[in-house]
Design a protein around this ligand. Structure first.
Ligand code: HEM
Length: 401
């Protein structure tokens, strides 16, 4: 049931220590860590009111992004989560559709000038960071991004930091939809302090951009490796948008992208953008198998490994095959066998936002370009970090449709 492979734990800790310094090793060995890939047990933990705290692995993150939703503990976390849930309502997400659309057009302009792209991840990170800055701060800081070089990423961060102080001065909210104005409203009602507003906004920005960028990039990359699936997505898109060229993707369109949805799910199954999450139990808990776990245990939920378990996904679990998400194949599958956004009490607050912006980006890119690559799926190698990283990003060839 539990995978206690020390090498896996060390791998994660090594990654963290590379990012945050060698301090992490000081608690190695002191705390019991259970690595879990069993959907029943994962459900026990994700739905337990005693397992909402993230645990020690996230402590170093506090230095970087403060105590926002990702890192905060009870009782603060559930109060903030309740206050921030309305910021991700259907109405608000719908109001972001024009931003999702406009920002992809900038990527299309860049790709139109190139026959190949060797830095798709960087290009997409620029894109999703611009989207996130617009929906979080209401700032349009799109750089020139001339040839896909990452020349506006840092600049964007600087803009954000420069403007945050000004933005936090209470003002008449013009657009209550952007996260900053919603957070300021909560500050006015004395629900948040200035520091909490800053931490929550930093958190949303960080949580939004790299995960979504990787989802878009990895899906494009997989479709480039598997042209037969790319053609099926393209066919579906042609039926939704018979007049190619400059078109707007509506919310309703995204709901009609059935095959695209299967492809995105399958991409997040084989390459989960967040391969690993952790929890800590504040009280003793009893698992569904009867095992009692004392308080204070660290749980590592190994999403990457669970998503490729052959007993859950069949003999070809390692292969990319969107048919895994045909209704006939999802029926009867354990509801916690596929959890790219996790589930339960502390799941991703931005999952609908992430899927919407991914669908808009992929629809526009795939309608405009055909992607291919010489890189083979079997040659992909990964770093298990906070977000899944590839050791080598394949060069994608681009052909205009
Ligand atoms: C495809 C894109 C995304 C993926 C795969 C993803 C995945 C995840 C995962 C796995 C978690 C951890 C859940 C846990 O610990 O149980 C998480 C948390 C979170 N995500 Fe996302 N995410 C994505 C996009 C976004 C976006 C677009 C936003 C915001 C606009 C966002 C905001 C957050 C926040 C604030 C949390 C912390 C939630 C909490 O602890 O209450 N995410 N995400």
């Amino acid at each position: 049931m539990y995978q206690t492979a020390a090498s896996e734990i060390l791998d994660v800790i090594h990654t963290y220590s590379q990012s945050f310094g060698p301090m992490m090793y000081t608690w190695l060995g002191t705390y019991p860590v259970l690595l879990i890939t069993e959907p029943d047990i994962i459900r026990d933990i994700l739905t337990s009111p005693y397992c909402t705290n993230k645990g020690l692995l996230y402590e170093p993150l506090i230095k970087g992004i403060g105590r926002g939703l990702i890192t905060s503990k009870e009782p603060e976390w559930s109060v903030h989560r309740k206050l921030l849930n309305p910021a991700f309502s259907f109405k608000i997400l719908q109001s972001f559709m024009p931003i999702f659309n406009q920002e992809v057009n900038n990527i299309i302009t860049i790709l139109n000038k190139n026959n190949e792209c060797s830095n798709m991840t960087t290009l997409m990170q620029d894109h999703t960071l611009n989207v996130a800055i617009r929906t979080t701060f209401g700032l349009n800081v799109t750089g020139d991004g001339k040839n896909g070089q990452n020349n506006c990423l840092k600049q964007n961060y600087q803009c954000r930091k420069l403007n945050l102080d000004k933005s936090l001065t209470p003002r008449e909210p013009k657009n209550l939809n952007i996260f900053l104005d919603q957070a300021i409203e909560l500050m006015r009602k004395n629900e948040f302090t200035v520091q909490q507003v800053e931490d929550e906004l930093n958190t949303i920005l960080l949580a939004a951009f790299e995960t979504t960028a990787n989802t878009i990039t990895y899906t494009l990359m997989l479709l480039a490796m598997f042209p037969e699936y790319q053609e099926k997505v393209y066919k579906e898109l042609r039926s939704l948008f018979p007049h190619a060229g400059d078109f707007e993707v509506t919310y309703e369109n995204t709901q009609d992208m059935i095959y695209m949805g299967m492809v995105i799910n399958e991409s997040m199954r084989v390459l989960p953008p967040v391969p690993f999450v952790a929890r800590e139990n504040s009280h003793e808990i009893e698992l569904t198998n009867g095992i009692v776990i004392p308080a204070g245990v660290q749980f590592g939920l190994n999403i990457f490994t669970m998503h490729r378990r052959k007993d859950l996904w069949g003999a070809n679990a390692d292969i990319f095959d969107p048919d895994n998400f045909l209704p006939s194949n999802t029926e009867g599958r354990h509801p916690y066998a596929f959890i790219p956004f996790t589930k339960g009490m502390r799941n991703c607050i931005g999952w609908k936002y992430g899927l919407l912006s991914t669908k808009v980006a992929l629809a526009k890119l795939l309608m405009n370009f055909k992607f291919s690559t010489d890189f083979k799926y079997v040659d992909l190698q990964f770093y298990n970090s906070i977000v899944l990283e590839l050791k080598q990003t394949p060069v994608l060839k681009i052909e205009r449709r």
